[in-house]
Design a protein around this ligand. Structure first.
Ligand code: NAD
Length: 476
């Protein structure tokens, strides 16, 4: 049974939309409708905007220590309700329960980390040029925030925005993905129950383009934070321009993986196969293009195929499931077209390459061999369980190919030679580089991309900084 009652949160009140509009929520593992999601009308959004302006004044006026107390309590509640929230998350997103539990725990950690870091939003004193003058630099919250989040991490995409804004002293209106609303609603209840003042956190759903254009045309939000595709990032940045809102853009990626000739093959395979199919490949930092040194290619393919065939696919709620469904049926067609294009251009499908069953949106974990650089999957984000591989022979050649796309989110390199690792790290054009492992996301380290993968970071001290503005005061 789906556990969350889906409602909007506006000015501290849980309610339905004023027009009764809404949409069905589908469980991607069963294709069954599990709930009805209300949409916010234009009038509801205006109320949320006014509430966020009012909530900002209240929250900003509290001390960082007082804000910490509320957020710390909310983190405790997230942890205490972890089992139910994770179940909600799996039912709406499809990922295995163990992954959902990890994501909810991460969300409690992120909330605590930002709550703590908010106490350290230090300014500074700058020595003056004239006697008797005091020069002070203050950090202040930027203002009400409008946040938009993708469905692939229903908990962490949303909490990074809520906790980042709240930790800095900002209010926020968040529009989670309509595909995965319940996790955000559950978090909203944790913050409410922890004593968050009305209007500081508002949660709305609707027709995405209508919600974003309504919220962003208002002068009230002073900042936009999006986790989503590059196309939507460009659109929201244009909409934010008219009122000069600051932006953080966490966008799409196309991570290259370079496996050098001296890599530890077994450890590399264990790592890359697990990460490739995590969340059915629907991860922005998912390893996407595999460049394997030609001397290792055949054993790499054999080991990859063996591990891939062993993956247990099913409903994320079932014990032992390692990979769940894709989020929606339209994504199955996208996978099919990437596979057909690669095959037509000469790639070999070693395993997978097709939909599984006809109930729920499952696609087989797919390994492709000898994929040419001009196959679409080598330059467009697949966002699914497809692993295209190819060979390289020289360092300069592979760096040029790895850096050839407009994206720059995460890049990965596997080698046992420290000097070689450093040389590769420095040469890769990416916001994040993983060497011999792939865990690039923690509460305390900056997460973000460059070029068309976006700009600005979430988490780390940079994550808090993104919600702060600078005020210089000089006095005599
Ligand atoms: P999306 O861009 O379609 O949606 C993201 C958010 O924007 C959602 O809230 C959605 O409702 C909203 N949105 C969608 N269309 C909109 C429109 N026309 N106007 C205004 N808002 C709109 O992205 P998605 O398909 O849900 O998610 C997958 C993408 O997100 C991938 O490209 C993935 O790489 C990226 N992503 C990036 C990160 C990161 O941190 N860099 C993390 C997760 C996902």
């Amino acid at each position: 049974m789906y556990l969350e009652k889906l409602e909007l949160l506006i000015d501290g009140v849980w309610r339905q939309g004023s027009t009764g509009a809404g949409e069905d929520l589908i469980n991607p593992a069963t294709a069954q409708t599990i709930a009805r999601l209300p949409h916010a009308s234009a009038a509801d959004l205006d109320e949320a905007l006014a509430a966020s302006a009012k909530g900002f004044k209240v929250w900003k006026a509290m001390t960082a220590i007082q804000r910490f107390a509320v957020m710390d309590k909310a983190a405790d509640l997230i942890e205490a309700r972890k089992a139910e929230i994770a179940r909600t998350l799996t039912m709406e997103n499809g990922k295995p329960l163990a992954e959902a539990l990890g994501e909810v725990q991460f969300s409690a950690d992120v909330t605590r980390w930002y709550a703590e870091e908010g106490k350290r939003a230090y300014g500074r004193i700058v020595p003056a040029r004239l006697p008797g003058v005091r020069q002070m630099v203050f950090k202040e919250p930027v203002g009400p925030v409008a946040g938009f989040a993708a469905w692939n991490f229903p908990a962490s995409n949303v909490i990074r925005k809520i906790a980042g804004a709240l930790g800095a002293g900002c209010s926020i209106i968040i529009k989670p993905a309509e595909e995965t609303p319940g996790t955000a609603v559950a978090f909203g209840r944790c913050f409410q129950d922890a004593g968050l003042p009305a209007g500081v956190l508002n949660i709305v759903f609707g027709v995405p383009a209508e919600v974003s254009s309504h919220l962003l045309s208002s002068p009230i939000p002073r900042k936009v934070s999006l986790t989503g595709s590059t196309a939507v990032g460009k659109l929201l940045q244009k909409q934010a321009a008219d009122t000069l809102k600051r932006c953080t853009m966490e966008l799409g990626g196309h991570s290259p993986v370079i496996v050098h000739a001296d890599a530890n093959l077994e450890k590399t395979l264990d790592t890359v196969v697990a990460f490739k199919f995590r969340n059915a490949g629907q991860v922005c930092t998912s390893p996407t293009r595999f460049y394997v040194h030609e001397s290792l290619y055949e054993p790499f393919i054999d080991g990859f195929a063996t591990r891939t065939r062993r993956i247990r696919i099913g409903n994320g709620l079932d014990e032992g499931t390692q990979m769940g469904p894709m989020i929606a049926p339209r994504r199955l067609d996208v996978m099919d077209s990437f596979v057909a294009d690669a095959r037509a251009k000469g790639a070999e499908i070693v395993t997978g390459g097709e939909r599984i069953g006809n109930q729920g949106y499952f696609y087989a974990p797919t390994l492709m061999k000898n994929v040419p650089d001009d196959a679409l999957i080598m330059s467009e984000e697949p966002f699914g369980p497809l692993a295209p591989t190819t060979t390289f022979s020289t360092f300069d050649e592979v760096i040029e190919r790895a850096n050839s796309l407009p994206f720059g989110l995460a890049s990965f390199v596997f080698t046992q030679n420290g000097t070689f690792a450093q040389k590769t790290e420095m040469a890769l054009e990416a916001g994040m580089v993983g060497v011999n492992h792939m865990m690039v996301s923690t509460a305390e380290t900056p997460f973000g991309g460059i070029n068309e993968s976006g700009y600005g970071s979430e988490s780390g001290i940079e994550g808090l900084e993104a919600y702060l503005r600078t005020k210089f005061v000089t006095e005599i």
